[in-house]
Design a protein around this ligand. Structure first.
Ligand code: ZN
Length: 135
């Protein structure tokens, strides 16, 4: 058992509303940690962005997810939040602010088609996310 859980900080430059593939950064954090068996928590400390795991093979899946989120959470005139980005807050809450991935034999346990994404809903932004690896 690793008694010193490690945390790694990364930046994402997010010029547009999109899902940014951060799988390689998470793999790097796991490798740096030296943890062989445990979990990696990927966490986004922002209120208009999120973290999700979804298909990494066909980029149209991300396109369709963005389209679906726009349809599910349209901007509404009755919103009161003065910043004017309540639709981005809604999408961020629907997607969630973290993902947990199992680490087995030093590797992320991801399906063949899965990737880990930072989801930007209120661009352009310079963002941060954290990876905490616990063995
Ligand atoms: Zn806001």
């Amino acid at each position: 058992m690793n008694l010193k859980p490690m945390i790694y900080e990364y930046r994402v430059s997010a010029p547009r509303k999109d899902f940014y593939n951060i799988t390689s950064e998470v793999r790097e954090a796991v490798a740096k940690s030296g943890v062989q068996d445990g979990i990696a928590v990927v966490y986004c400390p922002h209120t208009t962005a999120g973290i999700t795991i979804n298909e990494n093979a066909d980029s149209n899946v991300v396109r369709d997810l963005l389209l679906g989120l726009d349809k599910a959470f349209p901007d509404r005139p009755e919103f009161r939040h003065e910043e004017g980005n309540s639709t981005a807050h809604l999408k961020a809450s629907a997607i969630g602010s973290s993902a947990t991935v199992i680490v087995n034999k030093g590797k992320l346990v991801l399906g063949t088609w899965q990737g880990i994404f930072f989801c930007e809903f209120d661009p352009p932004r310079e963002r941060t996310f954290f990876v905490k690896v616990v063995g």
